[in-house]
Design a protein around this ligand. Structure first.
Ligand SMILES: [Zn+2]
Ligand SMILES: [Zn+2]
Length: 124
């Protein structure tokens, strides 16, 4: 039980250290620093449990496996790097998107996803 708690804490810490949603393998890579011996099966199980208890929310990008982020981060968008495949959180939101709707239509929600190269990949 002690070990399980430590591993869970390491996984949650990984989400606090990385500003953006992660897939299971990214989570493993980051969480392993704090919990050596952590395995991918444990990560999958923990992610499922954390979605169920509300600490994590799934992030779905078109045509890609599910990533996860901490819940309760408020309204935000994402940037996906073509080079390293990482996804980053984007602050802010274009406020006037409703203007794009045809006349007489009512916009109720929107998705904004930026694609490109992240600062690390540009510098590499
Ligand atoms: Zn990148
Ligand atoms: Zn928005």
């Amino acid at each position: 039980v002690e070990r399980k708690t430590r591993q869970r804490a390491a996984i949650l810490r990984a989400f606090d250290e990385v500003r953006g949603p992660m897939g299971p393998h990214e989570v493993l890579e980051v969480a392993r620093i704090h919990a050596p011996g952590l395995g991918i099966a444990t990560v999958y199980r923990a992610l499922r449990g954390m979605v169920e208890d509300g600490s994590l929310s799934p992030v779905e990008l078109p045509g890609e496996p599910t990533r996860y982020e901490r819940s309760g981060r408020g309204h935000h968008h994402h940037f996906r790097c073509y080079t390293c495949d990482r996804v980053f959180e984007v602050e802010g939101c274009p406020a006037d998107l409703a203007r794009l709707a045809p006349p007489g239509f009512e916009v109720q929600d929107h998705e904004v996803l930026l694609y490109g190269r992240c600062v690390t990949c540009i510098a590499a």
